[in-house]
Design a protein around this ligand. Structure first.
Ligand code: TGC
Ligand code: FAD
Length: 406
């Protein structure tokens, strides 16, 4: 899975030659093209859009699709790609995740033939960029309470509302936007850059995911042609099904960030001398390293099993929640431990842990916070929902049913 000393249980033996090949290709590309500048992109809060054609050339867009120029790779390969990209930076993995899981996937799964033919080759070749608008200023963990409305009017939908925290938003040519129609049902729409009334602006002053574009999308009476409705979407579950793809990628990506932190800490600990000995020789430092590698190993095993289940069509959302929840949290703890081992040097961008640590705060927030995934697993185990203090049918009480007509 990872190389050398971070593959403690020889997980490499669980991979096919094809899986190892794409992992190594992406690893080399990240080492060569991204890592030398990763700290600069982070410091300057800039995503290197000039790398998008290369990202497409390496075959990272449309990875799982076997049509429209996609690579027809399996879920484990996709996971390994996410792992290697996030070893570079979470922003890089996020860009590729959003494109594959939250734009290409919904267009392929819910789109008309015309929509697929128009958008998928452009997205897969990197000529067009997409984003996914579900969260709103007042609706994050509870997307069913969204306020964005798309009201049908003479062959068009009129879209009003605002989406918040949208990855790729300001650089996107097409936004997959979720809104309630007049029946209260949530549907997906393709909103195109340049449509009158549609604007996007970046979220400023982020301290996490600095190299990623994060935006606010505004919709002010945007007239959306009926043919831009994703016809296969039917309620909140359509949007949530895309998140299964995204969360799977985050679970794997977390391993990459954790490995980068562990390796930085191990190398530093071997070379840094205090009290006339390398700090790696001290028991407390060894404890940190041992616990870090243990969590990396557990995350690797969890992901590879989940990937195999997903390839067999047997992975359920609670299993994906568990891997996302666990791996993002353990990676954050690993990044904090690595930062500690580096002492004062650890607070600078000269070493990767603090950059990953700050990014990992986002991994524990987006695509469902840690709390939300714990509650999802709890609901799966008990059959009882602990999401709300209100009775379960709060959507109906609110007057706009989140799933009407599903
Ligand atoms: P709930 O009643 O549980 O569900 C509504 C319907 O959806 C179905 N469902 C799912 N289907 C497929 N996959 C899943 N993971 C699903 N989860 C739920 C469910 O069975 C139901 O179907 P039906 O037929 O009965 O109607 O809905 P709820 O309103 O109680 O909410 C449940 C909750 C809290 C788990 C859910 O809303 C949630 O996941 N909240 C977290 C929100 C979230 O993750 N947002 C992510 C925004 S996108 C993003 O962050 C991208 S970052 C990208 C990057 O940069 O990498
Ligand atoms: P809230 O939902 O307000 O939660 C605040 C706190 O309350 C959290 O700690 C949460 O765990 C807790 N909480 C909420 N409900 C409960 C409960 N029932 N029980 C216990 N605790 C609870 N969204 C998109 O749609 N598309 C994107 O591309 C996208 N990209 C993002 C990129 C970044 C960098 C970030 C930071 C976010 C992005 N998001 C995106 C939004 C993300 O999905 C939301 O931030 C996330 O779902 C949480 O919503 P919230 O921030 O509104 O927090």
């Amino acid at each position: 899975m990872s190389s050398g000393h971070t593959d403690f249980y020889s997980c490499e033996d669980l991979l096919s030659e094809e899986e190892k090949q794409i992992r190594d290709e992406v690893r080399n590309w990240v080492d060569r093209r991204y890592l030398p500048h990763a700290a600069d992109y982070f410091e300057q809060a800039s995503f290197p859009v000039e790398l998008i054609p290369e990202i497409a050339d390496v075959g990272l867009l449309g990875i799982k699709l076997n049509e429209y120029g996609g690579q027809a790779k399996n879920n484990v390969s996709f996971g390994l790609v996410c792992q290697e990209l996030e070893r570079g930076d979470s922003a890089l993995r996020s860009f590729v995740s959003v494109m594959n899981s939250l734009v290409i996937h919904p267009i392929y799964s819910f789109g008309s033939r015309e929509q697929k033919e128009r958008w998928l080759p452009e997205l897969i070749s990197g000529r067009k960029i997409g984003c996914f608008g579900l969260s709103e200023p007042q609706a994050g963990s509870d997307p069913g309470s969204m306020r964005s409305m798309a009201v049908k009017n003479q062959g068009h939908y009129v879209l009003n509302g605002r989406k918040m925290w949208i990855t790729n938003g300001s650089i996107a040519d097409v936004a997959v936007v979720w809104a309630k129609t007049e029946t209260g049902q949530i549907r997906g729409f393709l909103v195109e850059k340049g449509m009158p009334g549609f604007s996007a602006r970046p979220v400023e002053r982020k301290f996490s995911m600095r190299a990623s574009v994060t935006s606010v999308l505004n919709f002010d009476n945007v007239s959306i042609p009926e043919e831009n409705l994703l016809p296969g979407t039917a309620g909140l579950k359509s949007a949530l099904s895309c998140l299964n793809e995204g969360r799977f990628g985050i679970a794997w990506g977390s391993i990459g960030a954790a490995v980068a932190c562990y390796e930085a800490a191990l190398n530093y600990a071997k070379s840094r001398t205090q009290f006339r000995a390398p700090i790696a020789s001290f028991q407390l430092v060894q404890q940190k390293l041992a616990l870090m590698l243990t969590e990396i190993t557990k995350a690797q095993l969890m992901c590879i099993r989940l990937g195999r289940l997903k390839d067999e069509g047997r992975a359920n959302p609670a299993q994906i929640s568990m891997a996302k929840m666990n791996n993002a949290y353990e990676a954050l703890k690993i990044a904090r431990s690595a930062r500690e081992i580096l002492g004062a040097n650890g607070i600078t961008l000269g070493h990767p842990p603090i950059r990953h640590m700050l990014n990992l705060e986002t991994l524990n927030t987006y695509e469902g916070t840690r709390d939300i995934h714990i509650l999802s697993i709890g609901r799966h185990i008990t059959g009882m929902s602990a999401f709300s203090c209100e009775p379960e049918d709060k959507g109906a009480q609110g007057g706009t049913s989140r799933g009407a007509g599903q």
